[in-house]
Write a protein that binds this ligand. Structure first.
Ligand SMILES: C[S@@+](CC[C@H](N)C(=O)[O-])C[C@H]1O[C@@H](n2cnc3c(N)ncnc32)[C@H](O)[C@@H]1O
Length: 249
């Protein structure tokens, strides 16, 4: 358990809960104790360092670096220069996924973040002020005209979603991913994570791209199973990393 400003934080003793319901105990130096769930993002991001301590270190989450590597590999195979790519990081949280793009030289030409909760943007600006050229708090399922204009104006040709996409409560809705894809340049890469458990097929299909993103061409370039992180009890929690090329010419 690492020391953090004014408090310490650790995972509570618990049986493996539903993903996202993991219980975190925060002990303040003035004697107060606070309990929160892992996916209580508003509160989690307001406590500096707790996301990194619990998710990255204790649970060993590797997805930001795995997804950056998949995107870099796909770009290389297409002959796209990594340094020229402009990346839209959706569900960007406090910027760990944006920062991981540095490890493969992605986002040099531009790197932009969005998230549903304002606490994510505030934490990214607080903890990683140099990572994003711009960062908006927005709901991809109900974008205003102004938000569409601003995000499209960023001119991104890569969409990176380091959060599972699917129909469960803890996942980003597929239509939200497709709405973001609709704001990309005419020829772009889209990377996201999918949980193949429970026999549910990946809801992001070529049909969804056509319906929501106006895409004429949509090709899956990569689908790789990997260990996203551990559960509380140390069991591997596997996801698929997926990369598509979506074009509208
Ligand atoms: C697991 S965190 C990942 C954060 C960051 N990408 C990373 O790798 O550290 C998932 C993020 O998805 C965001 N999120 C969840 N549902 C969302 C939605 N419907 N629209 C946009 N963001 C959402 C949460 O606010 C949270 O910041």
């Amino acid at each position: 358990m690492g020391a953090l400003p004014g408090f310490t934080a650790e995972l509570a003793e618990q049986e493996d809960p539903e993903i996202g319901d993991e219980l975190i105990v925060v002990r303040w130096t003035d004697g107060r104790t606070e309990r929160l769930r892992l996916h209580d993002y508003e509160r989690l991001y307001s406590l500096p360092g707790v996301y990194e301590q619990i998710v990255t270190e204790r649970l060993g989450c590797r997805s930001p670096w795995v997804m950056a590597g998949l995107l870099a590999g796909a770009a290389d195979r297409l002959g796209w220069r990594r340094a020229d790519l402009r990346v839209l990081d959706v569900a960007a949280g406090n910027g760990v996924s944006g920062e991981a793009l540095d490890s493969v030289g992605l986002g040099v030409a531009g790197r932009y973040g969005t998230d549903l909760v304002e606490a994510a943007r505030a934490a990214a600006l607080r903890d990683r002020p140099a990572v994003y050229d711009d960062y908006l708090t927005l709901d991809l399922l109900s974008l205003s005209h102004r938000q569409r204009t601003v995000v499209a104006g960023w001119g991104c040709n890569v969409l990176c979603c380091v959060a599972p996409v699917g129909v469960r409560r803890s996942e980003l809705p597929p239509a939200a991913l497709a709405a973001a894809a609709a704001l990309l340049a005419d020829d772009a890469l889209v990377a996201y994570m999918h949980d193949p458990a429970h026999g549910v097929p990946d809801p992001v299909t070529a049909g969804l791209w056509r319906e929501h993103a106006g895409a004429l061409g949509a090709h899956e370039l990569e689908r790789r199973r990997y260990v996203h992180r551990l559960t509380v009890s140390g069991a591997p929690f596997e996801l698929e990393g997926v990369v598509w090329r979506v074009s509208r010419r």
